[in-house]
Design a protein around this ligand. Structure first.
Ligand code: SF4
Length: 442
């Protein structure tokens, strides 16, 4: 199996040869993903081991490298030399042996965007909510080793029992989008909105309903739970906004402006009715009238992985592959979603591909590890990433087999490293917002 890491190594050595990063051209030989033909990576440091960048500030190499990391973001301590110096074969043996010893007591959960070197050990693979739900379905597990990012591990802790522990193998695996909205910023925003708009509209509804994307901290989910709000995923954002408009005059949507905008636009809400809230500016950079006229106030957050996709990439794919079907994630900017043939969650993308007739060509706008894996699982289709530069999510990339081996061997010794714990009062209010989402499902 060709992993993204092998592609990165190949592309990085090609870069050294050709002396620079090149987006490459969209060409296919046989039915290989376009990433296989790439001569470039977005960051040459992708070839270094994660522990070489873990203790430094920043998100590390990959799509999120330019994002500003909060000073409070968790850092990972040093990884013991035994793991740093191990060969791939040793790590594989240690992981398999520890897994066999731990049996059903420990469940490894792997996100769709995780590298293949990790996914191969996962007991369950899914998107963030599917993984948290999977934890609920495994009462026999004492621990979940969560191979995703920090907010997902928090949600898993919120939905699992108090006796179960959730472990993030590398604490530096955060999410730059989730980090773009801190609880202090959200509370300051709410205070300003309440001061400007009041708590209740003339018709008796709330003046504003807070809605947060699953990709946010437990503290923000709890904030929504406490204030009549709700959580959404990329699969159910439309249903959740309908739920919110039944109860409120407008919505403030955290933290992904693109999912909020794409969903609201599909519901007929205009750009003028969607002001952007910039947390460092008074009233988020808006006038009181703009806020009063708003239907959806969008937090100024984004995913740096999905922000990379462009309409020019779609035009190029269509020109070179007539009949290509373009599907993208709704975290992509609105012009990209509008130029695509379809948009939806990772689960939607997976299902579209599973249902396709042999020979169908797909250009996909989502994380490279998932796109590459889908091509490997469907050799009768041609599936390529819209972005020919290999650029994985920097934080997912931080979960390396060396950390997994370290975590599992610690569990065998009876230790619980890197446990993610959500304070019970925060967990309680988060569950309120999550349960509203489940009840709002069509
Ligand atoms: S892909 Fe984007 S939203 Fe998902 S974990 Fe990475 S930065 Fe966060």
């Amino acid at each position: 199996m060709t992993s993204v890491q092998e592609l990165i190594r190949t592309a990085a050595s090609a870069e050294k040869t050709i002396g620079g990063i090149s987006p490459g051209s969209i060409t296919l030989e046989g039915r290989k993903p376009i990433a296989l033909k790439s001569t470039g990576t977005c960051d040459v440091d992708l070839t270094v081991a994660p522990w070489e960048v873990d203790e430094k500030p920043g998100y590390g190499p990959g799509a999120n490298t330019q994002d500003e990391i909060p000073q409070t973001a968790p850092r990972q301590g040093p990884l013991p030399e035994r793991y740093r110096n191990a060969t791939d074969e040793e790590l594989d043996r240690w992981i398999r042996d520890a897994k066999a010893t731990l049996g059903d007591r420990v469940s490894i959960l792997g996100h769709f965007y995780q590298r293949d070197e990790i996914v191969q050990y996962a007991d369950f693979i899914g998107d963030s909510f599917m993984l948290a739900q999977a934890a609920k379905d495994r009462p026999e597990a004492e621990s979940f080793v969560f191979c995703g990012v920090h907010f997902m591990a928090e949600t898993c802790d919120v939905l699992s029992t108090p006796e179960q522990s959730v472990i993030l193998p590398n604490l530096a695996a955060g999410c730059s989008m989730a980090d773009m909205a801190t609880i202090d910023q959200v509370e300051a925003c709410w205070e300003a909105l309440m001061g400007t708009l009041g708590e209740t509209a003339a018709d008796g509804r709330q003046s504003v309903i807070p809605v947060t994307y699953m990709n946010s901290s437990a503290a923000i989910k709890a904030f929504c739970g406490r204030n009549g709000g709700i959580v959404c995923t990329s699969s159910n954002a439309h249903t959740v906004l309908e739920w919110a408009f039944e109860r409120g005059q407008r919505v403030v949507f955290f933290p992904d402006q693109h999912l909020g905008r794409n969903t609201a636009k599909a519901m007929g809400i205009t750009e003028d009715e969607m002001p952007l809230w910039r947390p460092h500016l008074p009233l988020g950079g808006n006038t009181a009238k703009q806020l009063s006229d708003a239907k959806v106030i969008l937090w100024n957050g984004f995913c740096s992985v999905h922000k990379r996709f462009t309409v020019a990439q779609i035009d190029k794919a269509r020109a070179e592959y007539p009949g290509v079907r373009v599907i993208v994630h709704p975290e992509c900017p609105a012009p990209v979603v509008e130029a695509a043939d379809g948009s939806g969650s990772t689960d939607y993308i997976r299902k579209q591909i599973e249902a396709a007739a042999p020979g169908t060509i797909f250009a996909v706008g989502t994380e490279i590890n998932l796109v590459n894996r889908l091509q490997q699982q469907h050799p009768d289709l041609t599936i390529f990433c819209l972005d020919p530069v290999i650029c994985p999510c920097s934080t997912m990339y931080r979960i390396h087999p060396a950390y997994l081996a370290w975590t599992l061997e610690a569990l065998v010794r009876g230790e619980t490293p890197n446990q993610i714990r959500v304070d019970e009062s925060v967990a309680h209010d988060s569950r309120v917002a999550l349960e509203r989402m489940l009840a709002a499902r069509p």
